[in-house]
Design a protein. Structure first.
Length: 485
């Protein structure tokens, strides 16, 4: 009975399934489940990717025509079906991947490099305490020094300007490029605020724009070279030459002072550096004054009297070497107030010499005073030690000590000075914090505490803080202070 019912039902189910499925293309053999009359087609693993022309356009439902059998509708109630959406996305990803694979390796590396520059360039900040900033100060100082020495010399001594004009212009515009790059770095140079380095680039740029340094930097980069179009670039027996329009580059001289201050703080010989800086400043002043003397001689007339420079029509006085050496010699004698130079004969010459004498007295009095102060400071430690030694000698003489004890005391002072153990560590390191004080006193691990038998089991972590309480003591080298055993 049941089998008969099942047999009657099987054709109905088969016909219903066929009607629902519609026309089915020929495929692999079907599987038989249960009764031979019930046959279900095996699933086919065929994925048909829809064409781009079959995608919906402007929100309208787009379907395949009946002339393309086997295709499914792309829209279900006006929305792409999930299967079709995933197929379309997979096709797009595959196309983009193929395009990226076809890119050359060089282009890929260049893109990564540019991206890295953009990423770090936005947050790039110069730490003024790092070596990079100090080295850059040396570069910009060299450019400023070139302008300080060469511009005025080329403006006055035309032979110097005409010696290598192309090279001079290359150097000039190289320095201008350094100036421009220095502005970019200066705008991103951090500063300390409540002990922390400010790295907000917007805040740094605003602070730089509102500072005096920004105004000086702008003045130093004014394109005064455009006046070459009217003045020309040739300089033949004409003072001053057109290169004098570049004097505005000297407004960047404050960077040299900053480099000098940082060098003085870094060097182990600050007094020697200060003396060298003063000597250099003297030479620069003499150089500028020599150029002014030659320019005044040109304005009055070469060879018109004994005070001005000799007649350049004579071969011996026409060379650049003789012109500069004689001008430098005259400037040195005048600024040092030695005065062994020809006496002025005209009013303009008298005015120039009087101004030179006044400037020389003021400048060199200041310089000589600074040199004397530095020499005194260099000998301050020796003078203080000698004063203490003299006081001890007077005390021993007052107490009528024996000659043998007096010799021992003198040897002791000599030992302290020879081994540089006369310094007061507490006084010198009083401004340092405890951690820096410990590292300064004991730059190496305090093994003398770890290996001490009086402190067994002392660890390195405990020995470092304990070393701050230790003090260096000096004893007579020929005495035994702690017997062994």
């Amino acid at each position: 009975m049941d089998r008969a019912a099942a047999g009657d039902t099987a054709p109905v189910l088969a016909s219903a399934t066929a009607a629902a499925a519609g026309p089915v293309a020929a495929g692999p053999p079907v599987k038989t489940l249960g009764s031979p009359q019930l046959r279900v087609p095996a699933p086919q693993a065929t994925l048909q990717v829809p064409r781009h022309s079959s995608l919906p356009n402007d929100g309208q439902a787009a379907t395949r025509t009946s002339e393309q059998p086997g295709d499914l509708e792309l829209l279900e109630n006006g929305v792409p079906s999930p299967s079709n959406r995933s197929s379309t996305c997979s096709e797009i990803v595959r196309i983009e991947q193929m395009a990226s694979d076809q890119e050359s390796p060089a282009a890929t590396k260049l893109g990564k490099y540019i991206g890295r520059i953009r990423k770090h360039g936005r947050s790039f900040v110069v730490d003024p305490s790092e070596n990079f900033h100090y080295r850059w100060l040396s570069v910009i100082s060299a450019a400023v020094l070139y302008n300080v020495l060469v511009i005025v010399g080329r403006s006055v001594f035309w032979e110097l300007q005409n010696a290598m004009p192309v090279a001079w212009y290359v150097f000039d515009y190289t320095c201008d490029g350094i100036y421009l790059f220095d502005m970019a770095l200066h705008a991103r140079t951090g500063y300390l605020e409540q002990g922390l380095l400010v790295r907000n680039t917007r805040k740094l740029i605003i602070r730089y724009v509102q500072s005096l340094h920004f105004k000086l930097d702008l003045i130093s980069l004014i394109p005064t070279d455009l006046s070459y179009l009217f003045l020309g670039v040739e300089c033949s027996v004409r003072v001053p030459c057109s290169v004098i329009v570049r004097l505005n580059r000297l407004f960047r001289a404050y960077r040299m002072q900053e480099f000098s201050d940082r060098t003085e703080a870094r060097t182990n010989f600050p007094y020697a550096f200060r003396i060298a800086k003063l000597i250099f400043l003297i030479l620069v002043i003499i150089h500028w004054n020599a150029c002014l003397y030659f320019a005044v001689s040109y304005a009055i007339g070469f060879g018109t009297d004994n005070w001005v420079y000799k007649n350049i029509s004579l071969p011996v006085y026409s060379t650049l070497r003789h012109q500069y050496i004689y001008s430098f010699y005259w400037s040195t004698l005048t600024l040092t107030t030695i005065g062994e130079v020809p006496i002025p004969e005209k009013d303009a010459e008298y005015v120039f010499v009087v101004i030179d004498f006044l400037v020389g007295v003021l400048i060199f009095a200041t310089i000589v005073g600074n040199v004397g102060s530095m020499i005194s400071n260099m000998n301050a430690a020796r003078a203080d030690f000698q004063h203490r030694m003299d006081s001890v000698k007077q005390y021993m003489e007052f107490r009528k000590v024996s000659k043998e004890l007096e010799n021992r005391v003198i040897k002791w002072f000599d030992y302290l000075w020879t081994n540089k153990q006369s310094l007061d560590e507490d006084k010198i390191t009083s401004m340092l914090p405890d951690k820096l004080k410990a590292e300064d006193r004991n730059p190496r691990p305090p093994r003398h505490l770890e290996e001490s038998e009086a402190l067994p089991g002392l660890r390195a972590g405990t020995a470092r803080p304990a070393s701050t309480e230790t003090k260096t003591s000096s004893f007579q080298p020929w005495r035994l202070h702690m017997p062994q055993g």
